[in-house]
Design a protein around this ligand. Structure first.
Ligand code: KG4
Ligand code: ZN
Length: 357
Protein backbone atom coordinates (compact mmCIF):
# COMPACT_ATOMS: atom_id res chain seq x y z
CA UNK A 1 0.00 0.00 0.00
CA UNK A 2 1.40 3.40 -1.04
CA UNK A 3 0.52 6.55 0.90
CA UNK A 4 1.36 10.21 0.28
CA UNK A 5 1.93 12.22 3.48
CA UNK A 6 1.82 16.00 3.99
CA UNK A 7 3.12 17.90 7.03
CA UNK A 8 2.52 21.64 7.57
CA UNK A 9 1.78 22.08 11.29
CA UNK A 10 4.76 24.27 12.18
CA UNK A 11 7.79 25.63 10.31
CA UNK A 12 8.56 22.68 8.08
CA UNK A 13 6.74 22.00 4.82
CA UNK A 14 7.10 18.32 4.03
CA UNK A 15 5.82 15.69 1.60
CA UNK A 16 6.69 12.01 1.39
CA UNK A 17 5.60 8.72 -0.09
CA UNK A 18 5.87 5.52 1.92
CA UNK A 19 4.95 1.91 1.34
CA UNK A 20 3.42 -0.36 3.97
CA UNK A 21 3.74 -4.04 3.12
CA UNK A 22 1.35 -6.86 4.05
CA UNK A 23 3.66 -7.98 6.88
CA UNK A 24 3.45 -4.51 8.47
CA UNK A 25 6.95 -3.40 7.49
CA UNK A 26 7.55 -0.01 5.92
CA UNK A 27 9.72 1.62 3.27
CA UNK A 28 10.33 5.28 2.47
CA UNK A 29 10.14 6.02 -1.27
CA UNK A 30 10.64 9.76 -0.89
CA UNK A 31 10.82 12.17 2.03
CA UNK A 32 11.29 15.86 1.23
CA UNK A 33 11.44 18.54 3.91
CA UNK A 34 11.59 22.27 3.27
CA UNK A 35 12.65 24.13 6.41
CA UNK A 36 11.44 27.70 6.92
CA UNK A 37 14.15 28.47 9.50
CA UNK A 38 15.63 31.30 7.45
CA UNK A 39 12.18 32.96 7.08
CA UNK A 40 11.69 33.04 10.85
CA UNK A 41 15.28 33.55 12.08
CA UNK A 42 15.12 37.39 11.96
CA UNK A 43 12.21 37.21 14.45
CA UNK A 44 13.85 34.72 16.84
CA UNK A 45 10.94 32.29 16.58
CA UNK A 46 8.17 30.98 14.33
CA UNK A 47 5.77 33.68 13.06
CA UNK A 48 2.44 31.93 12.27
CA UNK A 49 1.41 34.18 9.38
CA UNK A 50 4.80 33.89 7.68
CA UNK A 51 4.67 30.11 8.18
CA UNK A 52 1.22 29.76 6.57
CA UNK A 53 2.22 31.79 3.51
CA UNK A 54 5.48 29.87 3.13
CA UNK A 55 3.55 26.56 3.17
CA UNK A 56 1.29 27.84 0.38
CA UNK A 57 4.33 28.88 -1.67
CA UNK A 58 6.13 25.53 -1.67
CA UNK A 59 3.67 22.73 -0.90
CA UNK A 60 2.46 22.04 -4.46
CA UNK A 61 5.96 21.70 -5.88
CA UNK A 62 7.05 19.64 -2.86
CA UNK A 63 4.19 17.15 -3.41
CA UNK A 64 5.06 16.89 -7.10
CA UNK A 65 8.73 16.32 -6.23
CA UNK A 66 7.86 13.64 -3.66
CA UNK A 67 5.68 11.79 -6.21
CA UNK A 68 8.38 12.04 -8.89
CA UNK A 69 11.13 10.84 -6.62
CA UNK A 70 8.96 7.88 -5.56
CA UNK A 71 8.31 7.21 -9.27
CA UNK A 72 4.61 6.54 -8.79
CA UNK A 73 1.40 7.91 -10.26
CA UNK A 74 -1.51 9.29 -8.25
CA UNK A 75 -3.76 6.38 -9.25
CA UNK A 76 -1.35 4.00 -7.46
CA UNK A 77 -1.92 5.70 -4.09
CA UNK A 78 -3.85 3.78 -1.45
CA UNK A 79 -4.51 7.06 0.34
CA UNK A 80 -3.38 10.60 1.00
CA UNK A 81 -2.61 11.70 4.56
CA UNK A 82 -2.14 15.17 6.02
CA UNK A 83 -1.47 16.36 9.55
CA UNK A 84 -4.82 17.83 10.63
CA UNK A 85 -3.38 19.20 13.91
CA UNK A 86 -2.32 20.07 16.49
CA UNK A 87 -0.36 23.04 15.25
CA UNK A 88 -0.47 26.54 13.81
CA UNK A 89 -3.91 26.65 12.25
CA UNK A 90 -2.95 28.51 9.05
CA UNK A 91 -0.43 25.87 8.10
CA UNK A 92 -2.71 22.99 9.08
CA UNK A 93 -5.44 24.37 6.78
CA UNK A 94 -2.97 24.57 3.88
CA UNK A 95 -1.83 20.95 4.26
CA UNK A 96 -5.24 19.41 4.94
CA UNK A 97 -6.95 21.29 2.10
CA UNK A 98 -4.25 20.19 -0.32
CA UNK A 99 -4.70 16.56 0.77
CA UNK A 100 -8.48 16.82 0.38
CA UNK A 101 -8.08 18.17 -3.17
CA UNK A 102 -5.76 15.31 -4.13
CA UNK A 103 -8.07 12.73 -2.52
CA UNK A 104 -11.07 14.15 -4.34
CA UNK A 105 -9.47 14.44 -7.77
CA UNK A 106 -7.86 11.01 -7.66
CA UNK A 107 -10.69 9.29 -5.78
CA UNK A 108 -8.45 7.98 -3.01
CA UNK A 109 -9.11 7.84 0.77
CA UNK A 110 -8.24 10.84 2.95
CA UNK A 111 -6.44 10.40 6.26
CA UNK A 112 -6.61 13.37 8.67
CA UNK A 113 -3.73 12.56 10.98
CA UNK A 114 -2.94 13.72 14.51
CA UNK A 115 0.65 15.00 14.29
CA UNK A 116 1.47 13.52 17.71
CA UNK A 117 0.13 10.12 16.67
CA UNK A 118 2.48 10.28 13.67
CA UNK A 119 5.46 10.87 15.97
CA UNK A 120 4.25 8.01 18.16
CA UNK A 121 4.00 5.47 15.30
CA UNK A 122 7.18 6.45 13.39
CA UNK A 123 9.46 3.82 14.99
CA UNK A 124 7.31 1.08 13.40
CA UNK A 125 8.16 2.51 9.98
CA UNK A 126 11.87 1.81 10.43
CA UNK A 127 11.93 -1.49 12.34
CA UNK A 128 9.58 -4.18 13.61
CA UNK A 129 8.22 -2.97 16.95
CA UNK A 130 5.29 -4.49 18.80
CA UNK A 131 2.92 -2.67 21.12
CA UNK A 132 2.99 -1.61 23.89
CA UNK A 133 5.95 0.76 23.96
CA UNK A 134 6.86 3.91 25.82
CA UNK A 135 7.31 7.11 23.82
CA UNK A 136 9.33 10.13 24.94
CA UNK A 137 8.30 12.99 22.66
CA UNK A 138 10.33 16.18 23.09
CA UNK A 139 10.17 18.98 20.54
CA UNK A 140 9.68 22.73 20.43
CA UNK A 141 5.97 22.35 21.08
CA UNK A 142 5.63 19.10 23.03
CA UNK A 143 7.12 17.25 25.96
CA UNK A 144 5.26 14.05 26.73
CA UNK A 145 5.73 10.51 27.98
CA UNK A 146 3.12 8.35 26.26
CA UNK A 147 2.13 4.70 26.55
CA UNK A 148 1.56 3.57 22.96
CA UNK A 149 -0.78 0.59 23.36
CA UNK A 150 -1.93 0.26 19.74
CA UNK A 151 -2.87 2.35 16.71
CA UNK A 152 -5.23 4.99 18.09
CA UNK A 153 -4.70 3.78 21.66
CA UNK A 154 -2.52 6.15 23.65
CA UNK A 155 -2.30 7.03 27.32
CA UNK A 156 -0.35 10.10 28.32
CA UNK A 157 1.73 9.33 31.41
CA UNK A 158 3.39 12.72 31.76
CA UNK A 159 3.67 16.13 30.15
CA UNK A 160 5.11 19.55 30.85
CA UNK A 161 3.16 21.88 33.10
CA UNK A 162 4.72 24.91 31.37
CA UNK A 163 7.38 25.09 28.60
CA UNK A 164 8.33 22.26 26.23
CA UNK A 165 11.99 21.17 26.47
CA UNK A 166 12.85 22.42 22.97
CA UNK A 167 11.09 25.70 23.75
CA UNK A 168 13.26 26.08 26.87
CA UNK A 169 16.42 25.45 24.79
CA UNK A 170 15.23 28.09 22.30
CA UNK A 171 14.42 30.66 25.02
CA UNK A 172 17.75 30.11 26.83
CA UNK A 173 19.58 30.53 23.51
CA UNK A 174 17.71 33.76 22.84
CA UNK A 175 18.46 35.29 26.23
CA UNK A 176 22.14 34.39 25.80
CA UNK A 177 22.24 35.98 22.34
CA UNK A 178 22.52 32.69 20.40
CA UNK A 179 20.62 32.37 17.08
CA UNK A 180 17.34 30.51 16.47
CA UNK A 181 16.69 27.57 16.65
CA UNK A 182 18.55 27.40 19.92
CA UNK A 183 18.76 23.67 20.67
CA UNK A 184 21.81 22.83 18.55
CA UNK A 185 23.49 26.13 19.56
CA UNK A 186 23.05 25.47 23.27
CA UNK A 187 24.30 21.89 22.82
CA UNK A 188 27.42 23.15 21.04
CA UNK A 189 28.14 25.84 23.66
CA UNK A 190 27.51 23.37 26.49
CA UNK A 191 30.19 21.04 25.12
CA UNK A 192 32.76 23.76 25.89
CA UNK A 193 31.31 24.81 29.24
CA UNK A 194 31.68 23.93 32.92
CA UNK A 195 28.39 22.38 34.05
CA UNK A 196 29.41 22.77 37.71
CA UNK A 197 29.90 26.56 37.72
CA UNK A 198 26.25 27.48 38.18
CA UNK A 199 24.01 25.51 40.53
CA UNK A 200 20.71 25.37 38.64
CA UNK A 201 17.59 23.69 40.04
CA UNK A 202 16.56 20.19 38.87
CA UNK A 203 12.82 20.74 38.25
CA UNK A 204 10.37 18.09 39.50
CA UNK A 205 13.17 15.83 40.75
CA UNK A 206 11.76 13.07 42.95
CA UNK A 207 8.12 13.86 42.18
CA UNK A 208 5.82 10.83 42.11
CA UNK A 209 4.11 11.88 38.85
CA UNK A 210 5.97 11.86 35.52
CA UNK A 211 5.42 15.52 34.62
CA UNK A 212 8.00 18.07 33.53
CA UNK A 213 8.53 21.74 34.30
CA UNK A 214 11.04 23.99 32.55
CA UNK A 215 10.07 27.57 33.25
CA UNK A 216 11.70 27.83 36.70
CA UNK A 217 14.99 26.54 35.32
CA UNK A 218 14.77 29.01 32.43
CA UNK A 219 14.22 31.86 34.92
CA UNK A 220 17.21 30.71 36.99
CA UNK A 221 19.39 30.84 33.85
CA UNK A 222 18.07 34.33 33.08
CA UNK A 223 18.85 35.55 36.60
CA UNK A 224 22.43 34.20 36.50
CA UNK A 225 22.89 35.73 33.06
CA UNK A 226 21.72 39.15 34.34
CA UNK A 227 24.05 38.90 37.35
CA UNK A 228 27.05 38.22 35.13
CA UNK A 229 26.44 40.65 32.26
CA UNK A 230 28.29 41.52 30.09
CA UNK A 231 28.71 37.84 29.28
CA UNK A 232 31.98 36.46 27.95
CA UNK A 233 31.96 33.50 25.55
CA UNK A 234 33.02 31.32 28.49
CA UNK A 235 30.11 32.62 30.60
CA UNK A 236 27.70 31.66 27.80
CA UNK A 237 29.26 28.20 27.51
CA UNK A 238 29.06 27.65 31.28
CA UNK A 239 25.46 28.83 31.45
CA UNK A 240 24.53 26.48 28.58
CA UNK A 241 26.39 23.57 30.20
CA UNK A 242 24.66 24.19 33.53
CA UNK A 243 21.24 24.46 31.89
CA UNK A 244 21.69 21.32 29.79
CA UNK A 245 22.95 19.31 32.78
CA UNK A 246 19.84 20.31 34.75
CA UNK A 247 17.60 19.31 31.82
CA UNK A 248 19.37 15.94 31.59
CA UNK A 249 18.98 15.18 35.30
CA UNK A 250 15.35 16.21 35.30
CA UNK A 251 14.55 14.30 32.08
CA UNK A 252 16.24 11.11 33.32
CA UNK A 253 14.33 11.29 36.59
CA UNK A 254 10.97 11.94 34.87
CA UNK A 255 11.55 9.05 32.46
CA UNK A 256 12.44 6.66 35.30
CA UNK A 257 9.13 7.54 36.95
CA UNK A 258 7.29 7.31 33.61
CA UNK A 259 8.73 3.87 32.85
CA UNK A 260 7.91 2.61 36.34
CA UNK A 261 4.33 3.80 35.99
CA UNK A 262 4.15 2.19 32.53
CA UNK A 263 5.23 -1.19 33.99
CA UNK A 264 2.75 -0.92 36.82
CA UNK A 265 -0.18 -0.21 34.50
CA UNK A 266 0.62 -2.05 31.27
CA UNK A 267 3.47 -4.49 32.00
CA UNK A 268 6.93 -4.25 30.46
CA UNK A 269 7.19 -2.00 27.40
CA UNK A 270 8.78 -3.52 24.28
CA UNK A 271 11.02 -0.42 24.10
CA UNK A 272 11.61 3.16 25.11
CA UNK A 273 11.31 5.23 21.95
CA UNK A 274 12.32 8.86 21.43
CA UNK A 275 10.91 11.40 18.97
CA UNK A 276 11.02 15.15 18.41
CA UNK A 277 13.86 17.55 17.65
CA UNK A 278 15.28 17.41 21.18
CA UNK A 279 16.04 13.71 20.62
CA UNK A 280 18.75 14.88 18.20
CA UNK A 281 20.75 16.18 21.20
CA UNK A 282 23.69 13.84 21.87
CA UNK A 283 23.69 14.41 25.63
CA UNK A 284 19.95 13.67 25.74
CA UNK A 285 20.50 10.51 23.67
CA UNK A 286 23.21 9.37 26.11
CA UNK A 287 20.90 10.05 29.07
CA UNK A 288 18.13 8.01 27.40
CA UNK A 289 20.53 5.12 26.91
CA UNK A 290 21.39 5.18 30.58
CA UNK A 291 17.75 5.30 31.68
CA UNK A 292 16.79 2.45 29.35
CA UNK A 293 19.70 0.28 30.48
CA UNK A 294 18.88 0.86 34.14
CA UNK A 295 15.23 -0.01 33.52
CA UNK A 296 16.12 -3.12 31.50
CA UNK A 297 14.25 -1.73 28.48
CA UNK A 298 15.40 -1.67 24.86
CA UNK A 299 15.99 1.82 23.47
CA UNK A 300 14.94 2.85 20.00
CA UNK A 301 16.18 6.17 18.64
CA UNK A 302 14.96 6.89 15.10
CA UNK A 303 17.51 8.72 12.91
CA UNK A 304 17.40 12.49 13.58
CA UNK A 305 15.66 13.23 10.24
CA UNK A 306 12.71 11.07 11.34
CA UNK A 307 12.72 12.54 14.88
CA UNK A 308 12.09 16.05 13.57
CA UNK A 309 8.94 16.91 11.61
CA UNK A 310 8.64 15.18 8.21
CA UNK A 311 6.08 13.85 5.74
CA UNK A 312 7.03 10.17 6.05
CA UNK A 313 5.72 10.01 9.60
CA UNK A 314 2.35 11.42 8.49
CA UNK A 315 2.16 9.00 5.55
CA UNK A 316 3.07 6.08 7.82
CA UNK A 317 0.40 6.96 10.40
CA UNK A 318 -2.04 7.12 7.48
CA UNK A 319 -0.95 3.68 6.28
CA UNK A 320 -1.31 2.20 9.77
CA UNK A 321 -4.86 3.55 9.96
CA UNK A 322 -5.73 2.44 6.43
CA UNK A 323 -4.52 -1.08 7.24
CA UNK A 324 -7.15 -1.14 10.00
CA UNK A 325 -9.84 -0.03 7.55
CA UNK A 326 -9.91 3.54 8.86
CA UNK A 327 -10.13 6.71 6.79
CA UNK A 328 -11.65 10.18 7.19
CA UNK A 329 -14.54 12.08 5.64
CA UNK A 330 -14.01 15.11 3.41
CA UNK A 331 -15.31 17.39 6.15
CA UNK A 332 -12.49 16.43 8.57
CA UNK A 333 -11.64 19.65 10.40
CA UNK A 334 -8.21 21.25 10.88
CA UNK A 335 -7.46 21.52 14.61
CA UNK A 336 -5.11 23.92 16.40
CA UNK A 337 -5.36 21.77 19.53
CA UNK A 338 -5.79 18.03 19.54
CA UNK A 339 -4.80 15.85 22.47
CA UNK A 340 -3.43 12.41 21.77
CA UNK A 341 -5.52 11.02 24.55
CA UNK A 342 -8.17 12.60 26.68
CA UNK A 343 -6.80 11.11 29.91
CA UNK A 344 -4.69 14.17 30.65
CA UNK A 345 -2.47 13.68 33.69
CA UNK A 346 -2.12 17.42 34.23
CA UNK A 347 -4.91 19.29 36.02
CA UNK A 348 -6.80 21.74 33.82
CA UNK A 349 -5.51 24.77 35.73
CA UNK A 350 -2.00 24.05 34.41
CA UNK A 351 -3.24 23.86 30.84
CA UNK A 352 -0.82 25.60 28.50
CA UNK A 353 -1.62 26.10 24.84
CA UNK A 354 1.62 24.55 23.58
CA UNK A 355 2.05 21.77 26.14
CA UNK A 356 -1.48 20.48 25.84
CA UNK A 357 -1.82 20.35 22.14
O1 KG4 B 1 10.46 18.28 16.30
P1 KG4 B 1 10.98 19.61 15.89
O2 KG4 B 1 11.85 19.68 14.66
O3 KG4 B 1 9.84 20.63 15.62
C1 KG4 B 1 8.80 20.90 16.51
O4 KG4 B 1 9.04 21.62 17.51
O5 KG4 B 1 7.69 20.41 16.24
O6 KG4 B 1 11.78 20.19 17.13
C2 KG4 B 1 12.42 21.44 17.11
C3 KG4 B 1 12.87 21.73 18.52
C4 KG4 B 1 13.41 23.14 18.68
O7 KG4 B 1 12.92 23.69 19.87
C5 KG4 B 1 14.90 22.91 18.75
O8 KG4 B 1 15.60 23.90 19.48
C6 KG4 B 1 14.99 21.56 19.42
O9 KG4 B 1 13.92 20.82 18.88
N1 KG4 B 1 16.26 20.92 19.12
C7 KG4 B 1 17.19 20.64 20.05
C8 KG4 B 1 18.31 20.13 19.35
N2 KG4 B 1 18.01 20.11 18.02
C9 KG4 B 1 16.74 20.60 17.91
N3 KG4 B 1 17.19 20.80 21.38
C10 KG4 B 1 18.30 20.43 22.03
N4 KG4 B 1 19.42 19.97 21.45
C11 KG4 B 1 19.47 19.80 20.10
N5 KG4 B 1 20.58 19.34 19.52
ZN1 ZN C 1 6.52 17.40 15.65
Amino acid sequence: MLVLGIETTCDETAAAVIERRQDGSGRILSNIVHSQIKDHAPFGGVVPEIAARAHVDVLDSLVTAAMQEAQIRYNQLGGVAAAAGPGLIGGVIVGLTTAKAIALVHDTPLLAINHLEAHALTPRLIAPLDFPYCLFLASGGHTQIVAVLGVGDYIRLGTTVDDAIGEAFDKVAKLLGLPYPGGPQVERAAANGDAGRFAFPRPMLGRADANFSLSGLKTAVRQEAERNRPLSAQDVNDLCAGFQAAVLDSTADRLRVGLASFRERFGAPTALVAAGGVAANRAIRAALEQVATQAGTALMLPPPELCTDNGAMIAWAGAERLALGLSDAMDAAPRARWKLDEHASVPAQFANTRANT
